[in-house]
Every structure is written in structure tokens, then in C-alpha cells.
Ligand binder design. Sequence first.
Ligand code: ADE
Ligand code: ZN
Length: 335
Amino acid sequence: MHSFIQHLPKVELHLHIEGSLEPELMFELAQRNQVEIPFNSPEEVRNAYQFTNLQSFLDIYYQGANVLLHEQDFFDLTWAYLLRCKQDNVIHTEIFFDPQTHTARGVAFKTVIEGITKALEQAKSELGISSQLIMCFLRHLSEEDAIETLQQALPYKEKIVGVGLDSSEQGHPPEKFTEVFRQAREAGFLAVAHAGEEGPALNIRNAIDILGVKRVDHGVRCVEDEALVAELAETRMPLTVCPLSNTKLKVFQEMTEHNIVELLRKGLCVTINSDDPAYFGGYMTDNFNAVANAHPMTHAELAQFTLNAIEASFISDAEKQALAEKVDHYVASHA
Ligand code: ADE
Ligand code: ZN
């Protein structure tokens, strides 16, 4: 089973690039940029990663991002993640970045996007990994701030496929961002949003109905509304689920309690993703293994997570077909 998972072609749709900052690189960048961090070693950083809920994680995550200042830093961060993708046989990845986390500290939008996209281009040519980029608005900030961020993104529109919504879900529901999502969709961006991670099933409905999202990030609290679950199955609305994140942030106490396999078997377009792998102790293969250990599955079911992610991805139909053929071929060769 573990060998099947290790080599299975994978597609990641929910990865915050700032959440792939490993403690070792955090230290290196802190020294390189002479940024003070309240830790004496990478071990100390790791020991601080004891989370009780989403907010307890976000406080540490935004602090970690302070070491990112220059284009080279964003390149190094992204390249390190892409090398991990290669190890895990991730063949396509759609990456989130949080521009406001950086522009609020005086780092230019251009610095962030140039560093990330140069690494993505290099990964395409040197590692054979394709990608898309999604810009997230921070929901704890105002909609005006998000609208200003959308304006800053317009010159780079050809590098960004969509907009998303992340950060603290409690108290910041999807409808707070109705206007900026309307403007983003009008400008041609696809929409996604975190919803139903810590917030209620109603946030999932509103992300779909009001923000016009093409995918829901997390969405695991959909089970609190039976009619919604039926509708998600019927419409094949994708959920980008992050199993290790959910147990680390106590959305589920144990992986055995996680509902991802139940949702898969109900016909929902659920996918497995790593969210913030440096903080939650695992990349794509680790997430697949954690789910499979707690919920025994067939090879076909494991492969279905990748097929769902291909279906849910923001690439052309021809590209989807080429990726799906790789998965089908892999499964057939392991029959
Ligand atoms: N930003 C980074 N990871 C996140 C998560 N799991 N939920 C909300 N915002 C995030
Ligand atoms: Zn996330």
C-alpha cells in the first residue's frame, strides 16, 4: 500500500506556499536578511508547533513569513516545495500565496510574484511539474484591502489563474467579500474559498452561491447539512481536503474520525492536499498515508483522489486527459 501511494501520480490543489517554509529555511533566511526570530534553533521552532485551533496556527504562520523579504527568498521557498513535489510524484500543483502578508510589511507585490513564478517556470522545464497560481485574500482584513490587492494583481493577470479566501474563518464569513469576488470574476479570475473548515456548513453554501467558487477549500463541515452533501455529490463541486491539517488544528481529534473517505464513497469530488506541510508534519505522500492507515482503501479508491484533483484542476481539458491517462496507466500496471 505505501509503495503504491509513494509512486502514485498526485495533483495538489490546496497548498499555501508560505506554509511550506521549513524551520531550517526559516533560520537560513532570518540570518541572510538579519530578521530577528524568537527561536534559537529549528528544533525550537518545531517544538512551538503545538496548535489548539486555526488561530493558534495562523499567529505562528504569519510570524514565520516575516523572514521572506527578497525575490530570491520567494524563489528559494517555492523551489524547496517543488523539490518535495518531485519526491512525492506530484505532477501538477495549484499554489496559494497571500500577498497581503507581504505587502503589509512593505514587500512589493512584484517581488513576491516574480520569485514564485520563476521557480514555477524552472520546475516546468527541469522537473516536469506543471502549476497554477492562486492569490488569496486574508479574510481577517477588510474587503477594501482585498480590493486594493486585486488592483495590484491586475498587471500580473496572466500569471494568476484565480483568487481565494483564507485566514480566520470564524467571524469573517464569505459574504463579507461579495464585491471583491464579483470584481475578480469579472476580470476573468476563477474563484475558490476556504469554507467549512472551522466555520459552519452555511459558509460552504454562501461561498458557492455568493462568491461563485469553482472549488471549496476544506469543506469538511458539509456533513452538518445533509441536503448540501447531496448537492455537492450531484454537482461534483470539488472539496480540497487537508487531512493532516485537520487533525493538527483539531477539526477532527483523530484521523479515524476524519470524513474524507466517507465523502469519497458518497461520490463527492474530494481531493487530498497538504495545506501547510511545514507546519502540519507532512507533504502529499504523508497525507495519503495518514488517511490510508486510518481508513483502509483499495488502489482504485486511492487513485480516485488524484482523478478527482485532475477533474477539479484549472487546466485545459486536453491537459486533464493527459494527466488522467498517467494515473490510469499507473493503476493498470499495479493490478
Ligand atoms: N492559511 C494557511 N493555512 C490556512 C488554513 N488551513 N485555513 C485558513 N487559512 C489558512
Ligand atoms: Zn488552506
